[in-house]
Write a protein that binds this ligand. Sequence first.
Ligand code: GLV
Length: 328
Amino acid sequence: MTKPRILVARAIFPEIIAKLAEHFEVESNPSDEIWTKAQLAAKLADKVGVFTTGSERIDAEVLAAAPHLKICANMAVGYNNFDVDAMTAAGVLGTNAPDVLTETTADFGFALLMATARRLTESEHYLRAGRWTKWSYDMFSGSDIHGSTLGIIGMGRIGQGIAKRGAHGFGMNVIYHNRSRLDAALEADCKASYVSKETLLKTADHIVLVVPYSAASHHTIGAAELALMKPSACLVNIARGGIVDDVALAAALKDKRIAAAGLDVFEGEPKVHPDLLTLSNVVLTPHIASATVPTRLAMANLAADNLIGYLTKNMPLTPLNRAVIAIK
Ligand code: GLV
């Protein structure tokens, strides 16, 4: 019996390809070529499933070229690369990879916050460039994390993980803003208080963004929001490019309207706005918040298990548009 055909759109752990190959005829991309939309669509013409990372856009145009497609399994918790409405209309299930990356990503959010507030990379570049000739009292003075006020925008699982690290580990006063308020037990667990976005922007010493990307969250932080922040404040974005207006942020950093930023995600990544690259008060990392070997492996396994579960037993693990399952 011939096996169903699936596509793995990016290079991935060989053991994941081997696991998928037990169930499917797999077309993979070991050289990790970045396909154009037309190339991706052409490869999907005869596939029933696709393993995507956050970088492949699945929209009505791609779906129209994929008449046999039943599932797109994203190896990411964010799924703004999926047009979920178009997928539902086409009867295609989307799945993401939540939970398995929560603690790792919260660790990284905290690492980026620490690096930004304490000017870690800037001072390292200075040392490596051979410019450190003497100690001085104000060399690379940053701002404190412990005891400061941490503002979190987006209080899902990762936001909660960051809140706990801040409140329990560093004695921070944690405030948050979210579409909906957490219940009292969760707030107590995170030691976090709900405030309006404006209050958060005005009172936080450090702000971490963990809000999912959507049309509604586009430019959650732009010039107007940056103007409300304390001049001493640090801003960290581990959410998605587009949550911050990078042009406005670069201008604010250049004019020292805020102290510093830590960015793991960018508008139009992997391109980075050239102004950000020239500034010393920004820490830049290439979208690595979930990048530890065990976590990336867990994410890849979850995406693979969604493909296997849905295509062999009609039982995906983490469906996004559940309505499709009943129809099929
Ligand atoms: C990474 O950005 C993810 O959404 O998993």
